[in-house]
Design a protein around this ligand. Structure first.
Ligand SMILES: Cc1cc2nc3c(=O)[nH]c(=O)nc-3n(C[C@H](O)[C@H](O)[C@H](O)COP(=O)(O)OP(=O)(O)OC[C@H]3O[C@@H](n4cnc5c(N)ncnc54)[C@H](O)[C@@H]3O)c2cc1C
Length: 385
C-alpha cells in the first residue's frame, strides 16, 4: 500500500494552498461580513484559469484530468481559507462531472469547457424542492413534452450559485404515474432561458459569499435535446453524481476543521494564563490530540473514497462514510477550537466563529449525516442478506 501522493497531486495541492493564501485569505473574512460579488467571482475566474473547475474532467472538454484524489486535496486547501469559494468549486466540478457522465457529445462540448474555463462563473445542480430534500424522489417540478420541446414548471430551493450560474442541471418529473423515482428526467437549462427565474436568496448562518437561491420554472421551454441521459432515468443519475459530490463536501469540511485546529493551536502557544502558555495545560493538549486525530482519520477516509472513485471501484459506502465522519469531525474541531480560545473565540475578531458557522452546513447539504448513515447501513446490510 502506497500512501505517497504523486508529483501531480502534490503540485495541485500546493497550487491550491498558495492561491488560497495569496488570493482568498485577504478577502475571506470581508466576504463573510459584506457582499462583494465581483471580488468573489474574480477569484472563481482565476481558479478556473488554474484548472480547478474540472479537476476530474477530461482534457478534451477543458478539464485537468487530475482525478478524484487531486480534487479532494484541492477542496481541502481552498476550504482551509474560504469555504464559500470551496463549495462553489465543488458544485462546479460536480456539474461538469454529471455532464461528462451522461451528456451527449454535443452537450459535453457545449457546456463543460465554459465552466472549466470560467466563461461561466458557475454551474448549478438543481435537485432540492421545498417538499423534496432528503427524499428528492418526492419532487413536484414537471417537464411535459410539447413537440420537440419540454415545458418545465415548478420550483427548486437552496440552489448554490444560481444567480451567476451559466447552466443548470435540473431534475423534473416526466412520468407522474411511474413508481417513485422512476419517472424523473434530467435536463440542462441555460441561464437566461425565458421562464427560468432566480428567486429569493437565503440569508444563511455561514458560507455567506456563496449564493443560495430559489429557482423557479414558469412555463420554461427547453429543446428536447436538452435532456441528459435517458427519459425517466434522472433519479439514478442524481444519486450517482451526489456520491462523488460527497467527497467534495467531506474534503471541504476537513479543510475548515484543519483551519480551526491550526488557528487554535497557534493561539494556545501564544496565550498565557496562570503564568504559563495555555498550550502547557493537558486539557488543551488533549483537545489538540483528539481534534487532529479525528481530522487525520477523516483525511484517510476521504483519500480512500477518492482513490476508489478514480480507480473505477465501487465507492458509495466509502464516500458516505468519509462525508459523515469528516463533516462531523469538522464541527467537533470547530467546537474544540472555540473552547481553546475562550471568550475570544466567540468574537468576530478571530476567525473561529466564522469557521464554526461555515462548518455547520457541511453535515446537512449533499445528504445529511442521517442520510449518510442510511446509505452506509444499506450497503453493509447488503452483505448480510
Ligand atoms: C447552503 C445550502 C446549499 C445547498 N445547495 C444545494 C444545491 O446546490 N442543490 C440542491 O439541489 N440542493 C442544495 N441544498 C439542499 C440540501 O441538499 C438539503 O437541504 C438537504 O439535502 C436536506 O434536505 P432538507 O433541508 O429538506 O431537510 P429534510 O429532508 O427535511 O430533513 C430534516 C431532518 O430529517 C432527517 N431525515 C430526513 N429523512 C430521513 C431519514 N430517512 N432517516 C433519518 N433522518 C431523516 C434529516 O437528516 C434532517 O435531520 C442546499 C442546502 C443549503 C442549506
Amino acid at each position: 500500500m502506497n500512501f505517497e501522493l504523486t508529483e501531480e497531486q502534490k503540485l495541485i495541492q500546493e497550487t491550491a494552498r498558495s492561491f488560497a493564501a495569496s488570493e482568498l485569505e485577504p478577502l475571506a473574512a470581508r466576504l463573510d461580513r459584506e457582499d462583494d460579488r465581483p471580488a468573489f467571482l474574480a477569484n472563481l475566474k482565476k481558479l478556473a484559469e488554474l484548472g480547478f473547475m474540472g479537476l476530474n474532467v477530461k482534457e478534451a472538454y477543458g478539464g485537468s484530468e487530475a482525478g478524484g484524489v487531486a480534487f479532494s486535496l484541492a477542496m481541502t486547501e481552498i476550504a482551509r481559507v474560504c469555504a464559500s469559494t470551496a463549495v462553489t468549486v465543488s458544485v462546479n466540478n460536480m456539474v461538469c462531472e454529471v455532464i461528462q457522465a451522461v451528456g451527449t457529445e454535443e452537450q459535453k462540448r457545449a457546456y463543460i469547457p465554459r465552466i472549466c474555463s470560467g466563461e461561466y462563473a458557475a454551474g448549478s445542480f438543481a435537485l432540492t424542492e421545498t417538499g423534496a430534500g432528503s427524499d428528492p424522489s418526492a419532487m413536484c417540478t414537471r417537464a411535459v413534452q410539447d413537440g420537440d420541446h419540454f415545458v418545465l414548471d415548478g420550483s427548486k430551493i437552496f440552489i448554490t450559485s444560481a444567480p451567476y450560474a451559466g447552466v443548470f442541471v435540473v431534475w423534473a418529473v416526466t412520468d407522474k404515474d411511474a413508481p417513485k423515482g422512476k419517472g424523473i428526467s434530467c435536463f440542462l437549462v441555460e441561464a437566461g432561458t425565458p421562464g427560468l427565474i432566480i428567486g429569493k436568496q437565503e440569508h444563511k448562518m455561514g458560507q455567506h459569499a456563496s449564493a443560495t437561491n430559489e429557482v423557479i420554472f414558469d412555463n420554461c421551454r427547453v429543446p428536447a435535446s436538452s435532456m441528459m441521459g435517458r427519459l425517466n432515468d434522472g433519479f439514478r443519475i442524481a444519486v450517482a453524481e451526489l456520491t462523488g459530490g460527497r467527497i467534495g463536501i467531506g474534503s471541504l469540511g476537513l479543510g475548515i476543521g484543519l483551519a480551526a485546529m491550526d488557528f487554535a493551536t497557534r493561539y494556545a502557544t501564544e496565550r498565557t494564563q496562570f503564568g504559563q502558555k495555555i498550550s502547557s495545560f493537558q486539557a488543551l493538549q488533549w483537545m489538540m490530540a483528539d481534534g487532529y486525530t479525528e481530522l487525520e482519520a477523516a483525511r484517510l477516509l476521504l483519500m480512500n473514497a477518492a482513490f476508489r472513485k478514480e480507480t473505477g471501484r465501487s465507492f458509495a459506502k466509502e464516500a458516505s462514510m468519509a462525508k459523515l465522519f469528516a463533516t462531523e469531525a469538522a464541527n467537533r474541531a470547530c467546537y474544540k477550537a472555540m473552547q481553546m480560545l475562550g471568550g475570544y473565540g466567540y468574537t468576530q475578531d478571530f476567525p473561529i466563529e466564522r469557521y464554526t458557522r461555515d462548518a455547520r452546513i457541511t453535515s446537512i447539504y449533499e445528504g445529511t449525516s442521517e442520510i449518510q448513515r442510511v446509505i452506509i447501513s444499506r450497503e453493509i446490510l447488503r452483505n448480510f442478506s
